[in-house]
Design a protein around this ligand. Structure first.
Ligand code: HEM
Ligand code: NAG
Ligand code: NAG
Ligand code: NAG
Ligand code: NAG
Ligand code: NAG
Ligand code: NAG
Length: 540
């Protein structure tokens, strides 16, 4: 048996190993199978590709796309002084091999444990082996229950009706510019905290200038946001060990980080304690299982686990819940920002979606698009296709990484050594002519629809935006419910005008992304909103 425990904890979702290899990259070595097909600049030993990297830094993912699409196989990446190695692929057969058929050989690994351990502990996101299997089992059971789906959809509806739509109405009346990316970020955070913890931080208030209006929640929101930002900065730090020295001395940003972790832990512990007292009252009442957040559900489903003591049990619950909050925090908001940017640049698609929504309202006049039910959302094929098309071109996790435990040969013949990283670029895969045809760089929702206009899912290894295999994203369905609900409500009520004009064919050639863990929009998404129809006068 492999000792997976010792390789526990790393953050691959945030896909940093590859970014770091490249930040520190001194050169690309030859392609693995055919030298003459190797697209990587050779030039000066040790420095040649650092220069290429620096030149291409602002368009990093497009550069990776270029390298992968001009190579006949996966490419090999060598780090500083040839001390670290890795491969990167855009081939569905290789992705299938890494993430499913040879799953046990490709783990998250320990490379980032030191960076992430304080925030994530042994949470599902950050571990391999038995620690992961146990959490995955109970989490996927809970995520598939109807009662959780209803809970998610109810939370989304309520935040839409009482926060997001009123906020956009206010900014519309005041003719103000709002940053939609920030609005979605706050919405998603409130939402995932409700689902994970059963607590509503209220970060998205109708007034964007305020943060959460209760000081306990405000400090939790700030602490969490800060801890995640700093975690990325640690990875990006040019001198990688710098943060450890700072932490040792407890100075600067690292001091603030420790304080933030303390705030997060206190907040989580208080909630766990208060749920424990509730739990004793309701554990015999089966009906109470409905409408319950994940934390309460995990308390039920782990009640038979043999924890040594209460502290160990609380730590387990804290870690798994914090992992969910991290996973759901910025992913959907990133996806929605690109979607609205693309809509602003593709008025034809926007009109088709509006038509689909208007038809759904005519079909069942009692419902408003703010409160479409789960089943009604399912019928919105064109909207579903447009969101998928947007995810194809702008995957929130653009590149992801695994660690090889033993040497192996990939299906395309590429050699992978023990301890190498094995990465796949979802961004590049969405832009491969081989996979999507000659129009692969265009935004065309129709490619997802059959002749009857019904959505056709893609093979998961060709579209690994939510990862695939046994570790596939648990929140995929929740993410689609969030994205469709928000898109339906906002697009039915408002016309959205992007200040930069939106992502039309020309702007899509140079998409404004940041080089960070997630594919965030650089400078946010500033927009103006306009009502579709006059408001009924419902003031008292
Ligand atoms: C558009 C939105 C989303 C995208 C593109 C996305 C993508 C991903 C990806 C690529 C992974 C693989 C991470 C890795 O192992 O390296 C992942 C894992 C995960 N996602 Fe999502 N995600 C999204 C939304 C969500 C939401 C809303 C939740 C729920 C709160 C969620 C929960 C999770 C969890 C728990 C895992 C870890 C699964 C495991 O390791 O077994 N995700 N997601
Ligand atoms: C290597 O690539 C060249 C040009 O792309 C091609 O002509 C040649 O057949 C390839 N050789 C092998 C062994 O694949
Ligand atoms: C760097 O390492 C790779 C893989 O171990 C090896 O194939 C290559 O020859 C090395 N390059 C140099 C310049 O030592
Ligand atoms: C939608 O449903 C939520 C609760 O799920 C409710 O609070 C809200 O008022 C409803 N909104 C509309 C526009 O019907
Ligand atoms: C803030 O947090 C507390 C628990 O700490 C919770 O009871 C309350 O409802 C939260 N929400 C708001 C908007 O204050
Ligand atoms: C906080 O928010 C709630 C509703 O979100 C509101 O009723 C309350 O008046 C606010 N309190 C302060 C101090 O702003
Ligand atoms: C999986 O990886 C191992 C290395 O651990 C390798 O020996 C084996 O051939 C691979 N299995 C498959 C099915 O490719």
């Amino acid at each position: 048996m492999l000792d997976l425990d010792s390789t526990a904890t790393s953050l691959s979702l945030l896909s940093l190993s590859f970014l770091i290899s490249l930040l520190l990259l001194l050169y690309f070595a030859s392609g693995s199978t055919n030298k003459s097909s190797n697209p990587c600049p050779q030039s000066y030993p040790l420095l040649g590709n650092l220069i290429a990297f620096l030149i291409n830094r602002h368009r990093f993912h497009d550069w990776v796309t270029h390298l992968l699409s001009s190579s006949s196989s996966s490419i090999q990446v060598n780090g500083v002084l040839n001390l670290s190695h890795g491969v990167c692929t855009a081939d569905p057969a290789v992705v299938d091999h890494l993430l499913r058929s040879n799953f046990s050989n490709y783990v998250k690994g320990s490379r980032f444990s030191s960076v992430l351990h304080q925030l994530l502990g042994h949470g599902i996101f950050n571990v391999d082996g038995d620690l992961w299997t146990a959490q995955r089992k109970i989490a996927s059971h809970e995520f598939n229950t109807n009662s959780l789906k209803q809970f998610v959809s109810h939370t989304v509806q309520s935040h839409l009706s009482h926060r997001l739509i009123p906020l956009l109405s206010d900014s519309c009346e005041a003719e103000e510019i709002v940053d939609l990316q920030e609005v979605f970020r706050r919405f998603a955070f409130d939402n995932v905290c409700n689902v994970a913890f059963g607590v509503d931080p209220g970060w998205l208030d109708t007034n964007m200038k305020k943060t959460a209006n209760n000081s306990v929640n405000a400090s939790f929101v700030e602490a969490f946001d800060y801890a995640v930002e700093l975690t990325s900065d640690r990875f990006m730090s040019p001198v990688h060990a710098m943060w450890k020295i700072k932490r040792f001395l407890n100075i600067g940003s690292e001091r603030k980080f420790s304080e933030a972790i303390a705030v997060i832990n206190d907040f989580a512990l208080n909630i766990i304690k208060s749920k424990e007292s509730e739990y004793h009252q309701i554990k015999d009442d089966k009906n109470k299982e409905h409408n319950q957040d994940l934390l309460s559900r995990f308390m039920f489903s782990t009640s038979s686990f043999g924890f040594h003591d209460q502290d160990e049990r609380r730590k387990f619950l804290r870690d798994i819940v914090i992992s969910f909050i991290l996973a759901g925090k910025d992913s959907t908001s990133t996806a929605l920002s690109w979607f609205f940017w693309l809509m602003a640049g593709h008025p034809r698609c926007e009109r088709l979606i509006y038509g689909e929504l208007a038809a759904a309202v005519v079909a069942s006049p009692a419902d408003s698009p703010t409160n479409f039910s789960y089943d009604e959302l399912k019928k919105l094929n064109y909207l579903h296709a447009s969101l998928s098309e947007s995810l194809r071109l702008f995957p929130p996790v653009p590149i992801n990484s695994r660690l090889a435990l033993a040497e192996d040969i990939l299906p395309d013949g590429t050699y992978v050594g023990k301890g190498w990283s094995a990465d796949y670029s979802a961004y590049a895969m969405g832009r491969m002519e081989k996979l999507w045809g000659p129009d692969c760089k265009e935004f065309k929702p129709e490619r997802w629809l059959n002749d009857d206009g019904v959505f056709q899912p893609s093979d998961q290894y060709r579209f690994p935006v939510f990862h695939c295999g046994p570790r596939m994203c648990l929140g995929k369905e929740m993410a689609y419910v969030q994205m469709k609900s928000i898109a339906a409500a906002v697009m039915y009520e408002f016309e959205i005008e992007a200040i930069d004009g939106g992502g039309d064919a020309k702007k899509m050639l140079h998409p404004p992304y940041t080089l960070s863990l997630l594919l965030k929009m650089k400078g946010g998404l500033p927009v103006r909103t306009k009502r579709r129809r006059p408001q009924p006068d419902n003031h008292p």
